[in-house]
Design a protein around this ligand. Structure first.
Ligand SMILES: Cc1cc2nc3c(=O)[nH]c(=O)nc-3n(C[C@H](O)[C@H](O)[C@H](O)COP(=O)(O)O)c2cc1C
Length: 260
């Protein structure tokens, strides 16, 4: 086990890119992916344990709270949380803090992955992908410096009422959105979407993906599709796809990424 561990959920790569940037500064870090049940659960003897994840509909990605409850973390390690979001951080850090008490937390705004709602550049404030990436790297370096120095946040993360309401209706809306997947004639039947799906919700039937109902809306299938063949209703037909340029589909599917 490495000195530091970062648990990371990432659908379209922003969070994995942030986790890698922090890990490079810290050195000797295992990034343990949390899209599925994590490969490592007992980190009580690490020096630093971090969590990097996106804001989904005001809260944590669906299912992440259950996965967090399988971890043994405290009392020893210094803990930190980083949320990536387009417009607002939501209540994810507060949810995390109530399960695993955090010593330090921060947020980084990046391109929006929620393609059926808005174009990826419509983050707050709107930024080009290049500028958003540069800002994300600068903030990750600052966060890493704080984490290296074991800096502590002086208050608990906020949980605004609006985001609490949003997060409470998200499971129903996500189930509705799951029914909106379709695949166009551009599909080449490569099966990457099925391999990426953390819930095993996509089966290849007759060389084409068949979508079930158990979707957590990570959108990896749609955003990494090499032929842009996967859609979720009208807005996604013309809208540009987005995934972080420093993260590949293969990498997002890893169990553990070690950074020296
Ligand atoms: C289903 C979904 C819901 C999202 N909801 C929010 C939200 O409520 N607020 C927000 O600021 N960003 C929201 N986003 C944007 C993501 O938090 C942001 O793009 C993040 O950087 C994605 O990280 P990832 O690339 O590691 O998956 C959402 C993205 C997705 C896919």
């Amino acid at each position: 086990m490495s000195k530091n561990v970062i648990f990371c959920f990432s659908g379209t790569g922003n969070c994995l890119d942030i986790a890698k940037n922090i890990a490079r500064e810290l050195g000797d870090t295992d990034i343990v992916m949390m899209r599925r049940a994590p490969a490592v659960t007992d980190v009580r003897f690490c020096e630093r344990v971090g969590f990097v994840f996106p804001c989904h509909a005001g809260g944590m990605p669906l299912g992440m709270e259950d996965l967090l409850r399988t971890l043994s973390v405290k009392p020893n390690p210094y803990t930190f949380g980083v949320v990536s979001y387009a417009g607002y951080p939501g209540i994810g850090l507060s949810q995390l803090n109530s399960i695993i008490p955090l010593d330090y937390w921060a947020g980084i705004s990046h391109q929006s992955a929620c393609i059926w709602l808005m174009p990826h550049t419509l983050m707050f404030p709107p930024l080009t992908p290049e500028k958003a990436q540069k800002r994300s790297e600068e903030l990750a370096a600052q966060i890493a410096a704080d984490v290296k120095a074991f800096r502590k946040s002086d208050k608990a993360p906020a949980a605004p009422l609006f985001n609490r309401i949003e997060a409470s209706v998200w499971p129903k809306l996500a189930a509705k959105k799951a029914a909106a997947f379709s695949v166009s004639g551009k599909c080449i039947g490569c099966g990457q979407c099925a391999r990426l799906c953390p819930k095993g919700n996509i089966r290849m039937v007759g060389g084409r993906p068949d979508f079930g109902k158990d979707c957590i809306q990570c959108l990896s299938c749609l955003q990494f599709c090499p032929r842009e063949a996967i859609h979720m209703g009208g807005p996604t037909v013309k809208r540009e796809r987005w995934h972080n340029p420093n993260v590949s589909a293969e990498e997002i599917n890893e169990k553990i990424i070690h950074i020296d």
